[in-house]
Design a binder for this molecule. Sequence first.
Ligand code: F0G
Length: 434
Amino acid sequence: MPAELVCFEPGCRARYAITEVIYNCPSCGGLLEVFYPAPAQSPAELKALWRSRRTSNLALDVSGVWRYREIISFLDSYDPVVTLKEGNTPLLPAPRAAEYGGLGRLTFKHQGFNPTGSFKDNGMTCGSVQALRLGMKRVACVSTGNTSASMAAYASAAGLQPVVFIPHGNISYGKLAQALEYGAKTFQVEANFDEILALVRNLAEELGIYLLNSINPFRIEGQKTIMVELMDQLDWDPPDWIVLPGGNLGNVSAFGKALHEMKALGLIPRMPRLAVIQAAGSAPLHELWERTDRTNLKPVRNPETLATAIRIGDPVSWPKALRALLCSNGTVEKVTEQEIADAKAVIGLCGIGCEPASAATLAGIRKLTAAGIIDRNAGVVAVLTGNLLKDPDYIYRYHTGQLKAPNGEALLSRFGNQPVVVPNDAGKIARLLV
Ligand code: F0G
């Protein structure tokens, strides 16, 4: 039995061929998921196979996504796969960040080590090969920056034309620069992410362009491998908590699906708990989580945060995110601009660094340990979603005391590290160093 697309809505569960160009259930409008028959191998055989591929030089095995292809087996042939050797991201212990977060120990899984500097690459290698399989010529996405950078790279590598839509003035230059350099036709739209997504969904259908936002279920499959690789790196011993930032909520959906499938297949003995952290000015999932009636998410009409990657008020994947949280006994926290800025500087001081959205994880951990929700002795992995160099402007402003919250309020540079301008005079410089 081949893989199928299945409606996510429990009351519908309609099934569609894997080759249909659909993003929502044509019958009820629900989100779609890729559904598989179980792999033929036993859990022990899969673990041994995946581990052995780490010594292989075959492109598919070197990829930290396709190495785990038995758990994302939606293709008939792997020949068209375009890989930039995504995944393979390290686990980095961070004692200083652990202390700041109120934990005995903390490990970061740094997705910023990906080829285009974010976790989007895990999904995009899958989305781009599905576009090729469907005979598409052009692919499009709306993005706060990282999706567009990643899609541009993978589409160009695959010989597809990337078309990118970004909110004018609200993405970092590092990300915009990547989209341009990787050859994307780039539209800076004078609207926010949610408004542009609504516009582009119609446009893509009209023009026959394949949509590679995280509503695309094949991207979710690729992002599942972040969790599979993590468990492989932990020798299949799950941590107590996995903490990640939440924007459009594709990543938490992917993590939830991966953990659920790994548990069902017997690859892991228990589910780790998922904690999603949102920026306070863009926190619709947090608002939903706090309510007793969770039947409908109330969009935030004018989302605001300097962590522009997660400046999203109407996340499309919220039903999947909610299921992931319920099924993992998870939680949702929100953090302020100041909390994100300080946590980010602390991650920098570990010699690790990340972009602002990623730092929401550590800020959230600090709050969740203080509230007694995460135990001080718990095993915690925080996923850093994007590379430090994605947003250098934010960093420079923070360290020089010029960072302002979206409401104009000046942020404190609690861990500021101001560069010093000096004359070309060895004596004067030496005096500054005593
Ligand atoms: N962290 C970073 C660095 C991101 O770029 C994003 C999302 C997220 C976290 C949130 O992930 O949407 O799956 O909940 N960036 C998207 C983009 C929206 O367009 O690049 P999510």
